[in-house]
Design a protein around this ligand. Structure first.
Ligand code: ADP
Ligand code: ASP
Ligand code: MG
Length: 420
């Protein structure tokens, strides 16, 4: 049996028809090596952002079902155009959307998780020697509604498909040469990593390194599927491989630095200090599928018998969270609620932290030397995150990258522009 290789191309890689023709050649090259090829594509350029803007011009509160119906259209354009491009070079190819493949997800809109992927249609087209081009980011519920997997979700589509068909590997083609020690748009002299473990990549992407969707890394880890992050603009560079454990002895304490600007902080003041309050508050948020990241509960004020609970969530969940808190106000006897939009979470990650002391103090001192105030702190075995003012985010990342000696000699190559 032939080996199957899954290739995923992100928005910048298919931004225009010239790029799509280039991608077709990269796909054909893999096919010519004797492999079966399944391709997963994102929407062209900034299409998804533009679709979001259009929805915003109609209503500030669109129905999540219709939002998914709208956002999923971007990927439909890319699959048809890429398939035409592959066919125009004389190769057999077929485009499939998520419903045609049978990519089933939970019945949750705008951030659905994949439950099951059918293989019958894929096997049939591969047996007929087709290159298959699948729309990333989309799924369908068991009752036929279209869902999407969350921003950046095409990576997860690709890795989940690769795991399902037991692919040899999954190549994530993007607009930088691999995974770097920091976003090369923020730290131009960031160093490209030859390899990174699933665990470190999972932490790095979860704290804002959007080069990989965290759920894609999680799926790769579960199935022990090697993932290669590489550039569609520079196919001679083999990029970064994400795989199992690497040699701990060789590691620096910190592997990477990242920042996340997508969160908002909510502070619930004067919350009754009694058993069950936190369970009620976070239970109500969980019921609305709002995931909470950092949490701090202050020391109880003895006289009033209250404390404050601060937590962070994704900005897109803010309207839902506000209405949850409004409903809870009487039940839980909440005081004032403050919302802080202008925050950034700056993080350092590295498996080498486990064996090194002084990493946290070095991080705090680096921020202190820049007069940056830390609003919240959270840690895991291989990560330390500090919440800071959004205006301090870039200088914090650059200083931390220097403080942990991560810089390389060359300026990284980046393509495409970030949305406004
Ligand atoms: P695609 O459209 O191909 O999915 P994304 O924009 O989602 O591309 O991800 C690629 C971007 O991720 C890069 O352009 C880079 O700015 C950003 N990025 C953030 N952190 C990192 C990192 N540690 N290494 C590489 N790229 C990073
Ligand atoms: N097009 C979607 C987005 O922009 C999915 C993806 O590119 O991964 O988020
Ligand atoms: Mg992406």
């Amino acid at each position: 049996m032939k080996k199957i290789v899954v290739q995923k191309f992100g928005g910048t890689s298919v931004a225009d028809t010239d790029r799509i023709k280039k991608v077709a050649q990269t796909v054909i090259h893999e096919k010519e090596l004797g492999n079966d090829v399944i391709v997963v594509v994102s929407a062209m350029g900034h299409t998804t952002d533009n679709l979001l803007k259009l929805a915003g011009e109609i209503t500030s509160n669109p129905s999540p079902r219709e939002m998914d119906a709208l956002l999923s259209t971007g990927e439909c354009v890319s699959i048809a155009l890429l398939t035409m491009a592959i066919q125009s070079f004389g190769y057999k190819a077929v485009s499939l959307n998520a419903a045609q493949v049978g990519i089933y997800t939970e019945n949750i809109h705008t951030k659905a998780r994949i439950i099951n992927i059918k293989t019958e249609t894929l096997k049939k087209y591969l047996a007929e020697d087709n290159i298959i081009v699948i729309a990333g980011f989309q799924g369908m519920t068991s009752n036929g509604d279209i869902t999407t997997l969350g921003r950046g979700g095409s990576d997860t589509s690709a890795v989940a498909i690769a795991a399902t068909v037991q692919a040899e590997r999954c190549d994530i083609y993007t607009d930088v040469n691999g995974v770097y020690t920091a976003d090369p748009r923020i730290v131009p002299k960031a160093t490209k990593l030859e390899e990174i473990s699933y665990d470190e990549m999972l932490e790095l992407s979860s704290v804002g390194a959007n080069v990989m969707h965290p759920r894609a890394v999680e799926t790769g880890k579960q199935h022990k599927l090697p993932i290669r992050v590489r550039s569609s603009f520079n196919i001679n560079d083999i990029g970064t491989v994400i795989h199992g454990v690497r040699d701990m002895e060789l590691q620096k304490p910190v592997t990477g630095v990242a920042t996340d600007l997508s969160q908002v902080r909510i502070v619930a003041c004067d919350v009754p200090d009694k058993p069950g309050t936190a369970a009620q508050l976070f239970g109500a948020l969980a019921k609305e599928h709002i995931s909470v990241d950092m949490i701090i509960q202050s020391y109880a004020r003895k006289v009033e018998n209250t404390n404050d609970i601060a937590f962070t969530i994704d900005k897109t969940d803010l309207p839902k969270a506000v209405s949850v808190l409004e409903k809870l106000r009487k039940e839980v006897n909440l005081g004032n609620v403050h919302i802080d939009n202008d925050i950034a979470k700056v993080s350092i990650i590295g498996a080498g932290m486990i064996n090194n002391t002084g990493v946290a103090s070095c991080m705090f001192k680096t921020l202190a030397d820049l007069d940056i105030n830390i609003k919240m702190i959270s840690t895991s075995e291989i990560k330390i995150s500090c919440l800071v003012d959004v205006n301090d985010s870039t200088k914090a990342v650059q200083a931390l990258h220097d403080a942990f000696n991560l810089a390389g000699d060359e300026v990284a190559e980046v393509h495409g522009t970030l949305p406004d």
